[in-house]
Design a protein around this ligand. Structure first.
Ligand SMILES: Nc1ncnc2c1ncn2[C@@H]1O[C@H](COP(=O)(O)OP(=O)(O)OP(=O)(O)O)[C@@H](O)[C@H]1O
Ligand SMILES: [Mg+2]
Length: 407
C-alpha cells in the first residue's frame, strides 16, 4: 500500500480516538482539524456550522491557520462553503480566485489569499449541519481522492462525536443578549410589613432562546416575569432590554415597551367573550405600531378556519392558541408565558406547546414559567428559582420537541 494511504489511515485512527475519548469536544475538534490540515499539506482549515433553526447562515466555529474569521458568516448558498451546506455535496476547487462561487469579500476582509480548497458537508443522520473546509494545498497541486476521503472521514467522525456528546455550536456565541437582570430585588410593602420576594436575581437571556423557569409556589417566578414584562417595577438592581435601561423607567415608557416588545400568555386566556377569534386579535392590532395581520396570526397557530368562532365555541386548547395568536399580533421580540398549560389536559397542552415550538423556530425569544418539569425538556436552558434568587441554570444541549413529552 502507498505510504500516503498508510499515513492517512493513521490519521483517521488518531482523530477517531481523539473525538471518542474527548473530555472537551471543542479541543478535540480543533486538534483533529489540525491533524488533517497537516496530513494533506494544507495551510488552513475551518469547521462551519449551519444555524438552521435561526438565521439560516453558516458560522465558522473552529479554524486552524489562515485568516481570523471572528465575526464572519455566510448565507446558505453563498460562497463555496455556503453552497456545500446547501447542496450537501463535497466540492474541490483548484483556484478559488477564478471561481465565481468564491465569496471574495472574505479575502478582502481578512487579507488572506484563498487559492485551492476542498469543502465537505457535515451531515448527521438527518440533515446538513455544516461543512469542513481545507484550504490552500501548499504544493499547489489539486486535492486528490485520498485527501478528499480523509476530509470526508473527518466530517463523518465529527458528526458522530457531536451527536454523542452534544456541542454548544459556535453561532450560539454570535447571538445577542436581549435582556438582562442584574442583582434585581423586589420588596412588597414597606416598614414592618415589607416582604422581600426577589433577593438579587441575575439572568442573561439570549435572543431566540427558550427558557423554562421552575421553582416552588411563591418563590417569585411571576414577580420576575412581571418585571421583565414591564408590568411591575423592581426595587433595586438593573433591568436592561435590548441594551436600554428600564430599571427606573416611568409608567409611560414601560407602557410603550410592553405594548411593542412583549407578548403575554397566561393560564387564563382572557379572550373577550363577545368578540370572535379574529375580532379579539384585531382589537389588539389597533393598539400596536406595526401589527401582524390577524388572519396570518391565526394561521400561525393553525386556527384560521376558526376565525369567526366565539371563545365559547372553542376548546380550552384552541382558546389558548388564540391567545398565542393575540401575543403574536404585535410581532413581539419576546413572549412571556406564565403557566400557559396549567389549565389544560395532556393532549391540549402538547397542542399548545407545539404551536409555541413553531414560534421559537421563527426566532422569538420565549420565557415560560411552569410547574411541569417535563416541559423543561423542550427548553434551551432551565432556570430554577429558590428563595428569591436563581439557584440553578441547566443547559439543554438537545432540547426535546413537544411531541416527545409524556406525563
Ligand atoms: N402585589 C403584591 N403585594 C404583596 N405581595 C405580593 C404581591 N405580589 C406577589 N406577592 C407575594 O410574592 C410572593 C411571590 O409571588 P409570585 O407570584 O412571584 O410567586 P410564584 O413563584 O409565581 O408562585 P406560583 O408558582 O404559586 O405562581 C408570594 O408570597 C406573593 O404572595
Ligand atoms: Mg406565579
Amino acid at each position: 500500500m502507498k505510504q500516503e494511504r498508510i499515513n492517512y489511515t493513521q490519521v483517521v485512527w488518531t482523530i477517531t480516538r481523539l473525538l471518542q475519548d474527548a473530555e472537551s469536544l471543542e479541543d478535540a475538534l480543533r486538534t483533529s482539524l489540525g491533524e488533517v490540515v497537516r496530513a494533506v499539506g494544507a495551510e488552513a482549515g475551518t469547521i462551519w456550522f449551519y444555524n438552521s433553526n435561526g438565521d439560516k447562515r453558516i458560522y465558522p466555529s473552529f479554524w486552524i491557520g489562515g485568516a481570523d474569521l471572528t465575526g464572519l458568516s455566510l448565507a446558505a448558498g453563498e460562497g463555496i462553503a455556503g453552497m456545500v451546506v446547501q447542496k450537501g455535496k463535497t466540492t474541490v476547487v483548484k483556484d478559488c480566485q477564478k471561481d465565481e462561487r468564491w465569496a471574495g469579500r472574505f479575502d478582502e476582509t481578512t487579507g488572506f489569499v484563498t487559492r485551492s480548497m476542498v469543502c465537505v458537508p457535515l451531515i448527521n443522520k438527518y440533515e446538513v449541519i455544516g461543512c469542513i473546509q481545507i484550504i490552500n494545498k501548499k504544493d499547489g497541486s489539486l486535492y486528490n481522492d485520498d485527501d478528499v476521503e480523509l476530509c470526508e472521514n473527518l466530517a463523518m467522525l465529527t458528526a458522530i462525536a457531536i451527536d454523542d456528546k452534544g456541542l454548544n455550536l459556535g453561532f450560539v456565541k454570535e447571538k445577542k443578549t436581549i435582556l438582562s437582570l442584574q442583582n434585581v430585588t423586589k420588596t412588597y410593602g414597606s416598614g414592618e410589613t415589607a416582604i422581600k420576594i426577589l433577593k438579587g436575581v441575575n439572568l442573561e437571556v439570549q435572543e431566540g432562546e427558550f427558557l423554562v423557569i421552575l421553582g416552588e409556589s411563591g418563590c417569585g417566578k411571576s414577580t420576575m416575569l412581571n418585571i421583565i414584562g414591564g408590568m411591575d417595577q423592581l426595587t433595586t438592581g438593573t433591568f436592561l432590554f435590548d441594551g436600554k435601561d428600564y430599571s427606573k423607567a416611568d409608567d409611560k415608557t414601560l407602557t410603550m415597551y410592553r405594548r411593542n416588545a412583549v407578548g403575554f400568555i397566561f393560564q387564563a386566556y382572557n379572550l373577550m367573550p363577545t368578540l370572535t377569534a379574529k375580532e379579539n386579535l384585531d382589537f389588539i392590532g389597533e393598539l400596536c405600531n406595526d401589527p401582524m395581520d390577524a388572519e396570518q396570526a391565526l394561521e400561525r397557530v393553525g386556527l384560521l378556519g376558526r376565525k369567526d368562532n366565539y371563545p365559547a365555541q372553542m376548546s380550552g386548547g384552541q382558546q389558548q392558541r388564540v391567545s398565542i395568536a393575540r401575543a403574536l399580533m404585535k410581532k413581539p421580540r419576546i413572549i412571556l408565558a406564565d403557566e400557559p398549560t396549567a389549565a389544560l389536559d395532556y393532549e391540549t397542552s402538547i397542542e399548545v406547546l407545539t404551536v409555541l415550538e413553531e414560534v421559537i423556530k421563527r426566532g422569538t425569544t420565549l420565557l415560560m414559567v411552569t410547574h411541569n418539569e417535563e416541559i423543561a425538556k423542550m427548553a434551551n436552558r432551565v432556570i430554577r428559582m429558590k428563595g428569591g434568587v436563581v439557584s440553578e441554570i441547566i443547559v439543554n444541549r438537545h432540547p426535546a420537541s413537544a411531541k416527545e413529552l409524556v406525563w
